[in-house]
Ligand binder design. Structure first.
Ligand code: ADP
Ligand code: NA
Length: 329
């Protein structure tokens, strides 16, 4: 069985794009893979957060993942800082990765913007910790969005250089698992921006803990244009907001865009938005209810994470110990 490693930053409440683009695929992967799901709190620390926020977001994410169908008993679900193998291999990889490689990472440039020097060194060396996250488990499959491809390439470059420098064949090659039909969900306020939990406007996204009323209101207020819905997909060209709502509907109902448009084409947005809100409430509502229920029992969540960390440690410890021996520690 292929071992899969997936990391998610415990920052804020997961939004619909995380669910349709990532979490739902992870749930499906559990069937025929050995999955390690990691709340990467060490990565979250690369940008300032209060301790209370980091701790609370770790619980919220854990609850959302379980509520979405991640099984913490058959798979491994834990937080990164609880397993020391990440930090130890991350340091070794910091000494393998070249500054030139890090300088080419587009995500750092995007996140840091113009004010590079004001950011933490952690944000800069994030790629070597991410490489360590995966290689500490000898995982070979990583489900990632298109935006993460460069990170996987550098993880493979680091492993290759390690294998070369120490004349071993120790770290395997990682392959991206790009889900065939992962929906890319856009902001409800601006169809050209991706929906994100870091968008300052909470109206721009559906959060997995939104109530039925909140979902209905956000969809009612979602930006659209004045034209009726087209009855064919070509009619969505240069109408990003309309396309986004149809994409969300299709992703949730399992229909094609064409099927959705065949039904709703020609009508205004009113009835379509009502149907979309109902569909969202059907799919996301139970996840939110279960998340809220789980969050009432933080001791239970803590026990789940502790158990996951113990089992993660059983796999990662011998691998990282061997890497330490190889470098001469
Ligand atoms: P966010 O922008 O909400 O902070 P992350 O960067 O933490 O999201 O991404 C977590 C996972 O969710 C990644 O696998 C990413 O590809 C996926 N993802 C995030 N936003 C979207 C979106 N709008 N549409 C589809 N997938 C998304
Ligand atoms: Na993010």
């Amino acid at each position: 069985m292929q071992r899969v490693f997936s990391g998610i930053q415990p920052t804020g409440v997961p939004q619909l794009g995380n669910y349709l683009g990532a979490i739902r695929n992870w749930v499906a992967l559990q069937k025929d893979h050995e999955c390690i799901f990691c709340l990467v709190d060490m990565h979250a620390l690369t940008v300032w957060r209060t301790p209370e926020t980091l701790r609370q977001d770790t619980f919220t994410q854990t609850a959302c993942l379980i509520a979405s169908g991640i099984n913490p008993k058959s798979q491994i679900l834990y937080n990164q800082s609880a397993v020391s193998a990440h930090a130890r291999l991350g340091w070794i990889f910091n000494c393998v990765v070249r500054l030139g490689w890090l300088n080419r990472m587009t995500q750092f440039k995007e996140k840091a913007g113009k004010d590079r020097e004001a950011h933490s060194a952690g944000l800069y060396i994030y790629p070597s910790l991410m490489a360590a996250d995966i290689h500490a488990f000898h995982a070979t499959r990583v489900p990632v969005g298109d935006d993460q491809r460069q990170h996987l390439e550098i993880a493979n470059d680091i492993a290759e250089k390690f294998n070369h420098d120490y004349e071993v064949d120790f770290f395997p090659t990682i392959e991206a698992l790009i889900p065939p039909e992962a929906a890319r969900v856009m902001s409800l306020r601006d169809g050209t921006k991706k929906m994100s939990k870091s968008d300052p406007s909470a109206q721009s996204r559906i959060e997995l803990t939104d109530t039925a009323d909140e979902i209905a209101l956000k969809i009612r207020r979602a930006k659209t244009d004045a034209e009726p819905l087209p009855s064919e997909e070509e009619g969505l060209e240069s109408r990003p907001e309309a396309r986004n709502l149809v994409t969300i509907y299709a992703a949730l109902s399992g229909e094609s865009m064409a099927q959705v448009l065949a039904r709703f084409g020609g009508s205004g947005f009113g009835p379509f938005k009502t149907a979309l809100a109902d569909l969202l409430v059907t799919h996301i509502g139970p996840v939110g209810d279960e998340t809220r229920r789980l969050l009432q029992a933080p001791d239970h969540l803590q026990a789940v994470l502790r158990d996951g960390a113990e089992r993660a440690n059983v796999i990662a410890e011998p691998i990282v110990r061997e890497a330490e021996r190889l470098v001469g520690f």
